[in-house]
Ligand binder design. Structure first.
Ligand SMILES: NC(=O)c1ccc[n+]([C@@H]2O[C@H](COP(=O)([O-])OP(=O)(O)OC[C@H]3O[C@@H](n4cnc5c(N)ncnc54)[C@H](OP(=O)(O)O)[C@@H]3O)[C@@H](O)[C@H]2O)c1
Length: 248
């Protein structure tokens, strides 16, 4: 049966670890061609090689999502190498949680740069091609923290609320071009995300929580595949998923 994923060209930001890596593997197993973006290109190169070794099609491109030209190069490279861009998964993100009163203002800036501007850079890179093709799908990773605020999450949540707002605005605008938009909001998933929390008490509390309830990144990969695999006239606009044991 046709899965509507096979032979699609899918660019993924944040493909060097966690959920982006899991999505790349899963989508390639389902027949997609994947173009892997991240700063740690040693990791994406290794992953691309692994996927090609398993008979899939993959290309790794070094891309810092805060640099508009690098994200453009990621998408341009996908089109140059494979002829089109069917899906962009704007997944790169950071979560250095902390209470606002600790004034980790550089981390606020970084979250805005990666989590919001990075997604905007992905949209700006892919949209012209998708408009021209009159088809495409833009999938942006938000979070349960894009619906709820918890201790230390104010700025992170603000960035993930923003991802939902701009994706919903985009959804309404791109009707004439037959483009689908999807927001994915994961709950606690076991990845490297907590490694970048600099406040020791907040990091420990989150490690304890995610260690206890967190689920595997393949959960995200399956949700992304579900959204892509729908028939072209079905647009899955938002999916929230959580560990069954997660209360928040
Ligand atoms: N894990 C969770 O519980 C959870 C829950 C809800 C939402 N999320 C969201 O899910 C997404 C993926 O996170 P994850 O949990 O898989 O964490 P992760 O394992 O830390 O992966 C984060 C990815 O983002 C990339 N990244 C970070 N800064 C970047 C930059 N400036 N340019 C390009 N890539 C950058 C990293 O690659 P490089 O460092 O190699 O550049 C890495 O591949 C994020 O948007 C996160 O906010 C996670």
């Amino acid at each position: 049966m046709e899965n509507n994923i096979k032979d699609k060209v899918i660019a993924i930001t944040g493909a060097s670890s966690g959920m982006g890596e899991a999505a790349a593997k899963h989508l390639s197993q389902l027949g997609a061609t994947v173009v892997l973006g991240a700063r740690r290109s040693d990791r994406t190169e290794k992953l691309a090689k692994e996927i090609r070794g398993n008979g899939g099609k993959a290309l790794a491109i070094a891309a810092d999502v805060t640099k508009r030209d690098q994200v453009k190069n990621l998408v341009d490279s996908a089109v140059k190498e494979f002829g089109r861009i069917d899906v962009i998964l704007n997944n790169a993100g950071i979560m250095p949680l902390s209470p606002m009163e600790r004034l980790n203002v550089n981390e606020w800036d970084k979250m805005i740069d990666v989590n919001i501007k990075g997604v905007l850079n992905g949209i700006a890179a892919a949209l012209p091609y998708m408009k021209e093709q009159k088809s495409g799908q833009i999938i942006n990773t938000s979070s349960v923290a894009g619906h709820k605020i918890f201790n230390g999450s104010a700025v992170y949540s603000a960035t993930k609320f923003a991802v939902r707002a701009l994706t919903e605005g985009l959804r309404m605008e791109v009707k004439p071009y037959n483009i689908r938009t999807t927001i994915v909001c994961p709950g606690a998933v076991k990845t490297e995300l907590l490694e970048h929390i600099t406040e020791a008490d907040i990091q420990q509390a989150n490690k304890d929580y995610v260690g206890a309830v967190g689920i595997s990144p393949e959960s995200f990969a399956r949700v992304v595949a579900f959204a892509i695999s729908q028939p072209d006239d079905v647009d899955i606009n938002e999916v929230i998923f959580r560990p069954t044991s997660q209360e928040l």
